[in-house]
Design a protein. Structure first.
Length: 212
């Protein structure tokens, strides 16, 4: 098997436990939304934002606001990013070996960088690009086509990592290779349509990537 030249990774349920997002990040943002809205005239009404959060809507404006609130939390030390322990070592090995690393998440690009930048070591320099809903929805094949075009890397050279089957379906429809992360802690249901791995070490073994 020819190994991929680039890795495109999701965040929630893939590199970071769902519980960190659900039980730490979201409650932190929700508790501080009233003060944020009061201090920033022109933002959407509070009840609109709270409703979007309750429905877990992937609204770009909401994601941007959450990112700004989380920035304060990270910088103050109130929030510390949690990654699965297999993630950082694998990313370092892959970057050192010359693989090009990218992130695609529904969270805003600033929020993505905050997460990877506030682990025990700053991982942001390992990545060559970050993508959010500005390129389109994660369940839309066209989004992955745009990412490939924007990076000047052919879709077939990408390996997309996500825990969500519908996202993997969309990426595969655009020609990307795909692997589902089936994290036991997150209770991910394994897809029958895609390769699957329990962690990044298994991803490396299945796709001929550098291993420790």
């Amino acid at each position: 098997m020819i190994p991929p030249a680039a890795i495109l990774t999701d965040i929630e349920g893939t590199v970071s436990p769902i519980a960190f997002v659900r039980d730490v990040l979201f409650p932190y943002a929700r508790a501080r939304l009233p003060d944020f809205v009061a201090a920033h005239p022109g933002t959407p009404p509070l009840d609109t934002l709270l409703g979007q959060m309750d429905r877990d809507e992937k609204d770009p404006a909401l994601k941007a606001i959450q990112g700004m609130i989380w920035e304060d939390g990270y910088r103050s030390g109130a929030i510390t990013a949690e990654l699965y322990p297999d993630v950082a070592p694998a990313l370092r090995r892959w970057a050192k070996a010359g693989l090009r690393l990218f992130v695609y998440s529904s969270g805003s690009v600033p929020a993505q960088k905050l997460l990877f930048g506030h682990t025990p070591a700053d991982l942001v320099p390992l990545f060559q690009g970050f993508f959010d809903l500005g390129v389109g929805g994660k369940r839309e094949a066209a989004s992955y086509t745009l990412i490939a075009q924007g990076t000047n890397i052919s879709p077939a050279e990408f390996l997309f990592l996500s825990d969500v089957e519908a996202e993997l379906d969309a990426a595969a429809a655009s020609g990307l290779r795909c692997c589902q992360l089936v994290r036991e802690r997150d209770g991910t249901v394994a897809s029958t349509r895609h390769a699957a791995a329990a962690d990044f070490a298994e991803v490396a073994a299945k796709f001929s990537l550098p291993r420790g």
